[in-house]
Design a binder for this molecule. Structure first.
Ligand SMILES: *[C@@H]1O[C@H](CO)[C@@H](O)[C@H](O)[C@H]1NC(C)=O
Ligand SMILES: *[C@@H]1O[C@H](CO)[C@@H](O)[C@H](O)[C@H]1NC(C)=O
Ligand SMILES: *[C@@H]1O[C@H](CO)[C@@H](O)[C@H](O)[C@H]1NC(C)=O
Ligand SMILES: [Zn+2]
Length: 462
């Protein structure tokens, strides 16, 4: 009993010490450094993991290939000790961010630039990071201004009662019947570039006439902020917050990792049972109102949605399922080929295309695995820039370049979905059927179009 109490007490002290100093209720990262540590071997890598808690380190690489260096956040009080420890083990490192708080402050430089511009129809731009209100007002504006093209739907409410919005873009005369592409962002609160890219995609698809061809044969469902509570918390209180903001019934630590909370292989590898961990899976699958509402909406449209794309940062990876273990879906090569075709569009930022088999750690309960499991053929996680020079504190000057570099990949996705899953596939199938000489003396009535479609497609989404 004594030792149990002692263990609990120790644990509490330990957890408290990991939290950066708070000033006026805002968490300060003054003096915190990001180190890129280069293990020479698997043993070195394990060594870093073993001393992680002792030195109060936080690993920043979300998904990491075996050969990658380790991005490690080092608090001021651990820097001297860790330096000697690494030297002792002949492990090299470079300091990539010498003061995280300065990098955080630099992300806010352009924040108010356009709010003073009374000519703009909305406060949203892609030269600064924006609060949730700007993102939501932007979507509401589009919903009002382009009623024939845009439909904004509230699909639920977050833990702290913020609305969860999905914006549909469809120029179809009967929206909701064509094949569709789903894009989401803002799962992880601190990955600010993710909602920025998702909102940029919305702006381009809705407001730029030259991009109308992208909506010629497919509908788009875009949810830029899946975790609005966490997103706001990174703006008001702790820039490095990752999870949701739900209160635990068993711990004082808050939040669940929404990308470990989905109901396919939930609770498997790489998902923590500890509410204080960044990868806490939650008390059960879909315990979070955000993941529940998102999954319910997607499930309701699962016959229409053919491609699931979730935007995270950072690392510049295009990731193909599965992530829960070293398991490949049977159509893995098709998924990989499409990911490669999309990634080949990137010019400024090169992405590594990989899959769980190449990853050191499995991560169960991810939304990409779940989307694949419910029959959405193409399912991807993209880890947006950069590769670690700035990490989560990507400067505002990089937002537009990242967005512009990413956007052309959507043409690859839209073309594939339209060709294999939609109207174009139907046309191809029809022409294949009609140009073939009749082989039967008993002509079928014209109502067999659907049957032809399913049998003669050059590729399918089945
Ligand atoms: C942005 O505007 C708000 C409200 O007007 C103000 O409190 C804040 O200091 C401004 N931020 C910057 C970076 O200028
Ligand atoms: C979007 O606009 C439609 C009218 O075109 C309206 O019925 C709907 O409530 C709006 N959505 C939101 C979330 O405001
Ligand atoms: C949708 O956009 C495409 C591409 O501009 C166009 O060909 C098509 O006619 C449009 N459909 C409707 C219903 O506006
Ligand atoms: Zn993420």
């Amino acid at each position: 009993m004594m030792s149990l109490l002692f263990a609990i007490a120790l644990n509490c002290v330990f957890v408290t010490s990991q939290i950066a100093a708070e000033e006026n209720g805002v968490v300060s990262y003054e003096g915190f450094q990001l180190w890129k540590i280069k293990p020479n071997s698997e043993g070195d890598r394990q060594f870093i993991l073993d001393i992680k808690d002792e030195y109060e380190l936080e690993l920043w690489n979300e998904r990491r290939l075996a050969r990658d260096p380790m991005d490690v956040l080092v608090p001021p009080q651990s820097q001297t000790g860790l330096k000697f420890k690494l030297a002792e083990h002949k492990i090299s490192y470079v300091v990539v961010i010498s003061n995280l708080q300065t990098a955080i402050d630099n992300q806010k430089t352009n924040v108010n630039r356009t709010t003073s511009n009374s000519k703009a129809a909305y406060n949203m731009d892609w030269i600064s990071y924006h609060r949730l209100i700007d993102i939501y007002n932007f979507m509401t504006y589009l919903n009002t201004t382009y009623p024939k093209l845009v439909q904004l739907t509230q699909i639920g409410t977050s833990y702290e009662k913020r609305p969860l919005y999905v914006l549909r873009i469809s120029n179809s005369s009967s929206p909701g019947t064509r094949p569709a592409i789903w894009i989401d962002g803002g799962f992880h609160a601190r990955e600010w570039i993710s909602p920025a890219v998702a909102t940029y995609i919305i702006q381009q698809l809705v407001e730029v006439p030259a991009n109308a061809k992208l909506s010629a044969n497919v509908d788009w469902y875009i949810m830029p902020v899946v975790n609005p509570d966490g997103y706001e918390y990174t703006h008001t209180t702790n820039r490095m917050w990752r999870k949701t903001r739900s209160v635990s019934s068993t711990s004082t630590c808050r939040g669940v990792d929404p990308n470990r909370n989905f109901g396919y292989m939930w609770g498997g590898m790489g998902a923590s049972t500890n509410p204080c961990d960044e990868t806490y899976r939650g008390p059960k699958a879909f315990s979070e109102p955000e993941t529940l509402a998102t999954s319910n909406f997607i499930t309701g449209k699962s016959s229409q949605i053919k491609l699931y794309l979730t935007l995270h940062s950072y690392g510049q990876y295009a990731l193909v399922p599965y992530g829960y273990d070293v398991v490949y879906p049977s159509d893995y090569n098709e998924l990989l080929a499409l990911a490669n075709a999309a990634a080949s569009k990137f010019v400024k930022y090169r992405y590594t295309v990989g899959n769980s088999a190449d990853l050191l750690y499995a991560a169960a309960g991810g939304s990409d695995d779940w989307a694949k499991s419910i029959g959405i053929k193409y399912s991807y996680t993209f880890e947006l820039p950069d590769t670690g020079a700035n990490g989560f504190t990507l400067p505002p000057s990089a937002i537009l370049p990242v967005c512009q570099d990413f956007f052309p990949a959507l043409d690859v996705f839209a073309t594939k979905v339209a060709t294999c899953c939609g109207a174009a596939a139907t046309t191809t199938a029809k022409s294949l059927t009609t140009t073939r000489p009749a082989t039967t003396t008993k002509p079928k009535p014209t109502t067999t179009t659907t049957k032809r479609t399913t049998t003669k497609c050059p590729c399918t989404c089945g």
